[in-house]
Write a protein that binds this ligand. Sequence first.
Ligand code: MN
Ligand code: MN
Length: 259
Amino acid sequence: MFYHRKETMMPVNVGTPDAQFGQYLLEQFGGATGELTAALQYWVQAFHVTDPSIRDMLQDIAIEEFGHLEMVGHLIVQHTAKLDQTPVYEAPLFQMKGIGPHLLDSHGCAWTAAYVQSGGNVVRDLRANIAAEAGARQTYEALINRCDDEGTRKVLVHLLTREITHAQMFMKALDGMGKLGDPMFGTVEPDETVNIVFNLSSGDDYRGPWNEGKMHDGQKIDYIADPQPRGTIPASPVNSDDEQTLTPVGRPASGTGDR
Ligand code: MN
Ligand code: MN
């Protein structure tokens, strides 16, 4: 059951409406890093999570994200709904769609479920959620840096803050499973290359904790400075429709080329 209260979680009071900024705000309404993506991602994930405590956390955060979506929506309304509508209609997205929020990002791209990361394993989901929170936080920072209106900034700083809190909750949940620092999860055992690190971009090479010392499981990292292929050149496909013009160096031309 959903029950909606019309009061917003925090006050939303725009001082000086700015239709162009309203368009930027769409990024957090119908954009990839936006609140709709977060809300639906966590809510949908909750359906397949076995652990009731993790499911409860996902549902709590999902519903908070819907509250964020509502606040971003009201910000967009206030930035685009003024008695003088001229600047609103100079912001291209609102020319065709009218004032208020739409399920578009700041460039007019339609929201898509492809933004949502969910499926199969709770560790995978929680890691995707940390990435989602990082994306949301960064977009709020970009918005705050382009915002002069004090009332709007206050809401955006709150929304940015909550994404940090959520990231922390997901990290603590993973830590509780012993999966915050452990890259392994699931049931398929990795092969013998798991502790090998390849240097596959040569020149100006660096060593760091990712390619020297020990892996999480205590195994020594095997750094291969000059990796060599273990496989051979695959056989050419058989394609009778294809042009047969090139002959590999050192191999005699086949008998078909009597031109
Ligand atoms: Mn949020
Ligand atoms: Mn969040």
